[in-house]
Design a protein around this ligand. Structure first.
Ligand SMILES: Nc1ncnc2c1ncn2[C@@H]1O[C@H](COP(=O)(O)OP(=O)(O)OP(=O)(O)O)[C@@H](O)[C@H]1O
Length: 345
């Protein structure tokens, strides 16, 4: 297969398993974001792909070749890490050409490639500037261009945008994705920022405790989370316990939810329903009835917090479809079966 494949990859530090039996296929030319809370093993996994750490067991293949024990410099990788490590005493052009010079590429080829990359990162004409005179975003682009100079097979980035302020960071996410699409390079980014992952990735890999909980497209992860960890970690959601009787009729707090089905034999389950899928109705008309406890008008959206039984449910709507509700009011909550996701334990 063309691309990257991880097979049963394990990394132990003493008795601690930082990465536990990870299988992952990254087809050639795709963009993968590894996402998860601090300490979930994302960087450790990336370091093994980069050859900076050796797996305790398992195999890593690139375009069919077993590279598990191949040293980093022979893997044909481009890498950008959080600390960009640009050479401060060199110019932009010298930084970008660095790996080409080390490999003995002719001067003319180096110059041509630098110009090509500078145009790609929208910094044409900057070749002779010292990197110390660049802004944060410009430095970021130079680090990306430097990593891409050798036309690597695999592009690896660890929290590459985390030092930038929020606005610049969002702009760079779009730029990075556009650049990757233009070059068609297989790319893996580690991030703890879900918006960043959703913006850039073909596949989001959600990790927790050294394991992959789900690997799927951003929309699939959002709409069809595999388990309650993923549902809760990605975006905002309402997790609600439901019960099923012997005829598989599902109830929430004793109220029937027609059309919702649990897996055969399951008497209880948790469902996830996104706030934008929660519809407020007249009291008694929905599956649940509750009291509005807080309304947050964010301009583009309005969030309504409703207390129903012992749970809080959040509904999000746009101002146009704004329900006329105020704190203390009784409302009904409709749970539409086709947007309720029954979660794996
Ligand atoms: N060299 C090491 N020796 C011992 N334990 C380590 C080592 N490197 C990582 N770990 C542990 O392995 C776990 C996973 O670390 P890793 O850096 O991969 O997490 P991460 O998901 O990238 O977290 P973060 O987002 O905070 O960078 C952590 O509990 C960490 O303490």
């Amino acid at each position: 297969m063309s691309g990257l494949a991880l097979q049963n990859v394990v990394k132990e530090f003493g008795a601690f398993k930082a990465v536990n039996d990870v299988d992952l296929t990254v087809p050639h030319g795709t963009f993968v974001c590894m996402l998860g809370p601090s300490g979930c093993g994302k960087t450790t996994l990336l370091r093994m792909i980069a050859g900076l750490d050796l797996p305790t067991s398992g195999a890593i293949r690139l375009d069919g070749e077993d590279i598990t024990r191949v040293p980093t410099h022979k893997r044909n990788l481009g890498m950008v890490f959080q600390s960009l490590a640009l050479f401060p005493h060199l110019t932009v052009g010298e930084n970008i050409a660095y790996s080409l010079r080390i490999r003995g590429a002719p001067k003319e080829d180096q110059k041509k490639r630098v110009e090509e990359l500078l145009s790609m990162i929208h910094l044409s004409g900057y070749a002779d500037r010292p990197v110390s005179k660049l802004s944060g975003g410009q430095r970021q682009r130079v680090a990306i261009a430097r990593a891409l100079a050798i036309s690597p097979k695999l592009f690896l980035l660890d929290e590459p945008l985390s030092a930038l302020d929020a606005k610049l960071r969002e702009a760079m996410q779009v730029e990075l994705r556009q650049l990757q699409q233009k070059l068609g390079i297989t790319t893996i980014v580690v991030t703890h920022d879900q918006r960043e992952a959703m913006t850039m990735a073909d596949t989001v890999v959600v990790m927790s405790g050294g394991e992959i909980r789900q690997a799927a497209s951003p929309i699939e992860i959002y709409r069809r989370p595999a388990d309650s960890f993923v549902a809760d970690f990605i975006g905002q959601t309402n997790l609600i316990e439901v019960e099923s009787d012997t005829r598989n009729h599902v109830t929430v707090l004793g109220q029937p939810v027609p059309g919702l089905q649990l897996p055969p034999g399951a008497a209880k389950a948790t469902i996830s329903i996104r706030p934008e899928d929660v519809h407020l109705t007249a009291p008694g008309a929905g599956a649940l009835t509750g009291t509005v406890t807080f309304v947050r008008d964010l301009g583009g959206t309005i969030e309504t917090f409703v207390e129903a039984g012992d749970r809080q449910i959040v509904a999000v709507s746009t101002p146009r479809e704004r329900p006329e509700v105020s704190v203390g009011q009784q409302v009904g909550i409709a749970l539409t079966p086709d947007v309720c996701v029954v979660l794996r334990k």
